[in-house]
Design a protein around this ligand. Sequence first.
Ligand code: DSN
Length: 411
Amino acid sequence: MLKATDRKIYDLIKKEQKRQAESIRLIPSENYVSKSVLEATGSILTNKYSEGYSRKRYYEGQEYIDQIEEEAVARAKKLFRADHVNVQPYSGSPANLAVYFALLKPSEKIMGMSLPHGGHLTHGWKVSATAKFFNAVQYAVDKKTNLLDYDEILEIAKREKPQIIVAGATAYPRKIDFKKFKEIADEVGAYFLADIAHISGLVAAGLHQSPVPYADVVTTTTHKSLRGPRGAMIMCKEKHAKLIDKAVFPGLQGGPHDNTTAAIAVALKEADTSKFKNYAKQIIKNAQALAKELLNYNFDLVTGGTDNHLILIDMTNKNLSGKQMSSALIKAGIECNANTVPYDKRSPFDPSGIRIGTPAITTLGMKEKEMKQIAFWMNEVSENVNNERVLKRIKNEVKKLCGKYEMPGLK
Ligand code: DSN
């Protein structure tokens, strides 16, 4: 139908589909969703307005929407063992903002991980609204080990006395000790927010310590390792439920995206299976296999490896910037993003590192053998960033490998 009514957009979608099907997609926050998740996302639920919450809506005609939202909430509660869940945030940034608006007064203090050290904009980075409406103080990773230094975090917390401490990262390849964060938060009387957007699939599968027992509030996007639609959830202790719900609606948002809510429910059902557990296990196995191979090619991995789904590589020893490497990789059909590394001396537009991850390629069905091949290509690319002929040849080889896998969501 779209083909007939809007050829331009149809063609662009098809081209993007082909691009996704023919590339090795290593951006650690991306994935391929199932046909069922796509179907719910693209359903007639997009026609409906449902401001409010189940059984307390401002518009009529909610008998099915209420059931869908209740089901999504119940599935999230079961999977993450959470007291209370709100599935309405449009995405991760609004979810975090809602938490701050729920628990803090304007200009109170947020303490989070600094963005160039692996945190997120909404953890109080200076250009984000979270640092404009609130005071923000940041912690970094240890200069020598590039690991979180919990003693240092405690010291900063004691000195700065934040009202909320945020744990969670977008570029940290190691496990996070949420229990320790809780102890630090308790010691200074702060709320504790855990943002598990990147690792929620691993948490759901029991492969990473869950912050749910420790944190006042846990936020996550639903489209990364959890493999759902683009959206977010806020999980919290019952005592914060009213404040959190009010902050999302009517505080920050209008009507929830009911099609997304349904797709979240579908993804949560998929995530509550042994098949998903095996998928999550393979994500980590693949990341560790890829890390091992990359080390053999003398790539400089931040922290020396990975415990989770992502790898951060400092390209300095290869005499390349992150952007040079990511631009060459995409010409070879391998997609990643340039990323700052801790204590980076370069600019965020052209930082020293690249960030790669395995959630998407693991969904395709790739295993350790393919990780060996990907590392081989990455090394070839790093030695040939300006050799268009080599990059093109690799792109053809990548296409051939990807051709062996069926892109999820199409059939
Ligand atoms: N933009 C996301 C990422 O790529 O990590 C974080 O929200």
